[in-house]
Design a protein around this ligand. Structure first.
Ligand SMILES: Cc1cc2nc3c(=O)[nH]c(=O)nc-3n(C[C@H](O)[C@H](O)[C@H](O)COP(=O)(O)O)c2cc1C
Length: 372
């Protein structure tokens, strides 16, 4: 199923032959308007890291091997035991109803159609149960639930129980937002949740009502700022689901996460939305992979835009990558079909890049394929 006849570059017919993310972003912006666009596109402070995240992948070069049999190329892999057609997953991003009238239901349908793993944000505008039903109605597909631990731990435990009941196979614990980043663009554009939208996985009472300071500043008032490594075990014990710690940038922290019981870590700077002076993820991935040394899986996100970036991330030792903003543009511009098209195109283009690198399987993407 995941074999790609690389010699022809053939893909499924629904996949656009040429993936132009810039065009998709422009179209999305036109459709969703400036407030929603500012929320999705924006980052922290001067947005220096936003550009760096993408540039750091581009700076690295692939160093291809020749005369390897690539008559068949497979992009297939597994994450925490779940088989995937492709190592490209959907990152948790908030409030998809700002991008599409069906919100996360549309995203889930698109991801399921592409066979991709969806990580649902706990700041979704649709309930985790409705999103699960939408995914199942579109052929299923693996899904994980992202959680922010709230100061009211009982409410976090409730969400975990709901997610476990709705078939989410892992908890993605986001740890890089103890306080909100300084989202200047959100403030400037007065980003707020329109009255008709809700966050049904966070609360029913709109306690996140924004004043000055933007959406994230408002919701994050509920987050538990006292979280430490010990809480990884607490979260894992709630429903017996594996915990994936998201927002790791240091090798020593990654080791402490797996020693505290994390099954995996995501090297992430939250898409440059928290600390503008943090490093781009491409620069710290290899050190995290080396330190974890196979004791847990390592994934990465931030600025990944092209199949070549995916190949570089895997060659540096990531098991899979996550896409944030590109999925939002695809959702806004094309709904479920747009999301499925983006993920299908990434899979097909990854197969082409792997063939051109002499890497018929993801296991053949090794560190010697990346030049610094
Ligand atoms: C609009 C937006 C909302 C986000 N919301 C969340 C969230 O609710 N939880 C979370 O863990 N990360 C969130 N993130 C971070 C993403 O999961 C991911 O780390 C980041 O978008 C990856 O970078 P990229 O957008 O350059 O691909 C958000 C990112 C964006 C752009």
């Amino acid at each position: 199923m995941t074999d790609h006849p690389a010699s022809t570059g053939a893909t499924s017919p629904a996949v656009p032959a040429d993936l132009d993310l810039d065009l998709m972003e422009e179209e999305a912006r036109r459709l969703i308007g400036e407030m929603a666009y500012a929320y999705f596109a924006g980052a922290a402070e001067e947005e220096f890291l936003l550009a760096e995240n993408t540039a750091a992948w581009s700076r690295r070069r692939l160093h291809p091997r020749i005369l390897v049999d690539v008559a068949r190329v497979s992009t297939a892999t597994t994450v925490l035991g779940a088989p995937l057609r492709s190592p490209v997953m959907v990152a948790p991003t908030a409030v998809h109803d700002l991008a599409h009238p069906d919100g996360e239901l549309a995203t889930a349908r698109g991801a399921a159609a592409a066979g991709a793993l969806l990580v649902l944000s706990s700041l979704a505008t649709r309930s985790c149960e409705d999103v699960a039903a939408a995914a199942d109605g579109a052929g299923g597909g693996p899904r994980w639930m992202q959680v922010y631990v709230l100061a009211d731990r009982g409410r976090t435990a409730e969400l975990v129980a709901r997610a476990a009941g709705a078939g989410y196979g892992a908890l993605v614990l986001t740890v890089d937002a103890p306080v909100p980043g300084l989202r200047r663009r959100e403030r400037r554009c007065d980003v707020r949740l329109p009255d008709h939208l809700h966050l049904p996985n966070l609360d029913d009472g709109r306690t996140h009502e924004v004043g000055q300071g933007g959406f994230m500043a408002a919701v994050s008032r509920q987050f538990d700022r006292s979280l430490t490594f010990e809480d990884i075990g607490w979260l894992a014990g709630l429903a017996g689901l594996p915990v994936v710690v998201k927002g790791v940038l240091r090798a020593d922290d990654a080791v402490r996460c797996v020693e505290a019981g994390a099954a995996a870590v995501i090297v992430s700077n939250h898409g440059a939305r928290q600390l503008d002076d943090a490093p781009p993820t491409a620069d710290v991935l290899a050190a995290v992979v080396d330190a974890v040394a196979g004791r847990g899986e390592v994934y990465v996100d931030g600025g990944i835009r092209r199949a070549g970036d995916v190949a570089k991330a895997l060659a540096l030792g990531a098991r899979a990558v996550l896409l944030g903003r590109p999925v939002l543009w695809a959702l806004a511009a094309g709904g479920p079909e747009g999301v499925a098209g983006l993920l299908g195109a990434m899979e097909a283009e990854l197969a082409r890049v792997m063939a051109l690198c002499g890497a018929p399987t993801v296991a053949d993407l090794d560190r010697a394929l990346v030049l610094p």
